[in-house]
Design a protein around this ligand. Structure first.
Ligand code: AMP
Length: 397
């Protein structure tokens, strides 16, 4: 039996997980998800040849803590996998302190808990799972991998808001997110771009959450998300960049509370808010409703504007990479964004784009355009193994 590393990505309504051999192999032995936590929980497994039914029924009131502990028990008792020897967590916020993955102890947990107000919709769930594992398995090593860490390479200008300095001193800075996805893509670039991998590249992570990252030398130079994961692009349910005056107007003139405003900005806006139909790009692409079309157009218009701004931060553009659910799968969205960037030397090969090929830029055009699948779990597994010492774990000592 092989010892395993469990990777957990615990969110407000789901737990995504993957189990990797603790040795060198990077192929997960199983992947799965508990979706609909708190409402209509469903357990699914992919590519494992194992029966999801062995997990048993999940009650609607089961929370992230209970389910994380149950998941560990299930892995141990109901699968043929070996013992879990380390757990790697996606943790959304590492603040200014953590620029790399870290082994979690009481002090680290306390520091991360202090960051909860900076990511109230993500961080508390990430930490709840860590605490639940620590309470039941105090000797099991746990590693935190941060969505913010990849952006720590950014310079001062990219991180500052034009606010009085005292706000920056309190941590009101642009942090950026989706760093695990960007780290994975940065690692893939040399294989596809050769020497140009270290040039000026914009990676567009377009999923339910969406952001872009400008990289030079495969390091983050600027990104579209800022203090929170609300900033930047139009997302499934989040509004993206918004004039702060709108928030004041909602509060003063419309009498909305902070909680009500948060609900509008995080859950009722974006593709869902503009279309009035769905936050899901596939549903909107299949719809004939003019509002669905307008939501798609706004998504692409704002994506192209954001990308052009990042090109200014880079001083030029050698390649664009599309990734995540929409970026990897929607030829139409890629086309609509790239059509607006023709003046930057961006030009698509229509057949390659339709086929979701890896290289979709027209031969001979100035800018390479790639479609690369991202794999955040792989990055977490790699970091967890590195910190724990893969050789030691694999041999079970
Ligand atoms: P993610 O958050 O990375 O899982 O991405 C989810 C988003 O990707 C949703 O908006 C999906 O509708 C979208 N998506 C997935 N597959 C497709 C597809 N074939 N065409 C368009 N959008 C897609």
């Amino acid at each position: 039996m092989t010892s395993i590393i469990l990777v957990l990505n615990v969110g407000s309504s789901s737990i995504k997980f993957a189990a990797y051999p603790a040795g060198g192999n990077e192929t997960p032995m199983l992947r799965g998800k508990i979706a609909g936590i708190g409402t209509d929980p469903r357990f699914t497994l992919s590519g494992a040849g194992m029966d999801a039914a062995t997990f048993g029924p999940i009650s609607a009131d089961a929370g992230q803590e209970d389910l994380t502990v149950r998941l560990l028990r299930w892995l141990d008792a109901d699968t043929a996998l070996g013992p879990v020897v380390g757990v790697g967590h996606r943790v959304v916020h590492g603040g200014t302190e953590f620029s790399a993955p870290v082994r979690i102890d009481a002090r680290v947990l306390e520091t991360l808990a202090a960051l909860e107000p900076l990511a109230p919709l993500h961080q508390p769930f990430n930490l709840a799972a860590i605490r639940a594992v620590a309470a039941r398995h105090p000797d099991l090593p746990q590693i935190a991998c941060f969505d913010t860490a990849f952006h720590q390479s950014q310079g001062e200008l990219a991180r500052l808001f034009a606010l009085p300095r005292r706000f920056a001193a309190r941590g009101v800075l642009r942090y950026g997110f989706h760093g695990l996805s960007y780290e994975f893509i940065a690692g893939e670039l040399p294989r596809h771009l050769g020497d140009r991998a270290d040039g000026r590249v914009v990676v567009a992570h377009l999923g339910n959450g969406a952001s872009m990252c400008a990289m030079h030398g495969r390091k983050s130079v600027a990104t579209s998300m800022g203090f929170t994961a609300l900033d930047g692009l139009v997302m499934g349910r989040r509004c993206g960049t918004l004039d702060a005056g709108v928030v004041l107007y909602m509060q003063r003139e419309m009498g909305m509370s902070a909680d009500e405003i948060e609900d509008v900005l995080y859950r009722q806006s974006g593709l869902l808010g503009v279309s009035g139909i769905s936050p899901d790009m596939r549903v909107l692409e299949d719809s004939d409703d003019p509002k669905a079309r307008e939501a798609i157009d706004l998504f692409c218009y704002r994506a192209a504007m954001t990308l052009a701004g990042l090109v200014a931060a880079l001083g030029g553009l050698d390649a664009i990479v599309f990734t995540a659910g929409i970026g990897e799968n929607s030829a139409r969205i890629r086309r609509l964004i790239c059509e607006r960037l023709d003046w930057l030397g961006v030009s698509l090969d229509p057949d390659a784009n339709t086929a979701n090929a890896t290289r979709i830029g027209k031969a001979g055009s100035r800018c390479d355009v790639l479609v690369l699948p991202t794999d955040e779990e792989c990055v977490i597994a790699r970091s967890t193994k590195r910190l724990l010492g893969a050789g030691r774990l694999a041999s079970g000592h």
